[in-house]
Design a protein around this ligand. Sequence first.
Ligand code: C5P
Length: 426
Amino acid sequence: MKKPAKKRVTNLDSFSPLENKTVLLGVSGGIAAYKACDLASMLRRAGADVHAVMTPNARQFITPLSLTTLTRNPTHCEQYLDSADWRPEHIDLAKKADVILIAPATADLIAKLATGICDDLLTTMVLASKAKVMIAPAMNPNMLNHPATQQNLAILQNRFRYEVIAPEVGEVACGDYGAGKMATIESIMAAVAARLLSHQTLVNKRVLVTAGGTREPIDPVRFIGNRSSGKMGFAIADAAYARGAEVTLISTVEVERAYPVIVVETAQEMQEAVELEFDTSDCLVMTAAVADFRPLSVSSQKIKKNESEDLLLELTKNPDIIDLLGRVKRKDQILCGFAAESEGLVTNAASKLKRKNLDMIIGNDISVPDIGFGSDDNAVVILTQEGTRESLPRMSKRAIADHIFDIISERFRLMEEENGATVGRD
Ligand code: C5P
């Protein structure tokens, strides 16, 4: 059977999308280092000013000369040089980089980044720079699945500065099969372009996002909760921040971010926090899974097992936060809700859109296995007040978030156009 042609990100010979962008290409010591040569060449041909930095172990696999030739810039390897200049050149380089791309990123390098160890030039430059760091892990599947590596990757993913370009499943160099193959050059290029060319469509906009699932206490130990991990909400908030918005995240899950995060627990606490911020917000995305009911009374002592087989909990309705705000929202505010449905996705989402007076609603089918709760991926349908409907197939929550902000940004643009305000913001 004929293999399908490989998809190229862009015709690099006639288009220089990364012009004026400085990319620091970090190469660590794994066999996938040979692919860094292709990557260096692609990045340069896409117009980027590429500077390669190699760890000592990377030099076991490829030579600095290969990268120097392909990037057309000197390759940096040594941390300690007798420099004629008091100010080491690589520190300036670390500061001027628009993005640091580490491909391949070995388990060792990922561990160093997670802990802040900087015992070579590359890790030192990462710490000295404030640029976004994109890492493309490449290693044996057992190394990738090792709890230490998984923990280190999770640490990096929770830091706003880092983006992990997920490795692929396949046969790795040592012959083992599984996840650990470095992402393709095409997908790394696409991720870099998305990161560097993400339009600043939300400058001067205040975006309020809720994330996670509320917990409604029953007694000092127990609560009524739900399966929401908060990942969709974090992706939404991160995407808005990347577009230049002033973001406030109200979350039931504690996360470290460059923007303010208000941590709440119950629906009532979330309502209070959202209502305080809503008036000064241009857009609210209610991603949180808010409990519809809470125990009518919370026991101050741990409820004991008693003689009876049953325990009756009396529940009372929680405020529907977005519904209340839908009634008072101004014309210049955008309200976006989520609808997690196990059946009748479009019908139910459409009726919520109308009933709650939302501008748009994102419906996701929670009966589909492997996506949604806790996963990094989702598949959704986006409905708008104007009656448009768009289905997005399975993709990363961040890609979905970007799509949502394409629509929200366009709404803002149209609103400003209607008001005769300055338009044409990039
Ligand atoms: O009606 P349903 O709970 O399915 O609606 C989901 C949307 O409403 C989500 O955006 C959710 O954040 C929001 N919601 C809310 N307050 C509630 C329940 C849901 O704002 N009490």
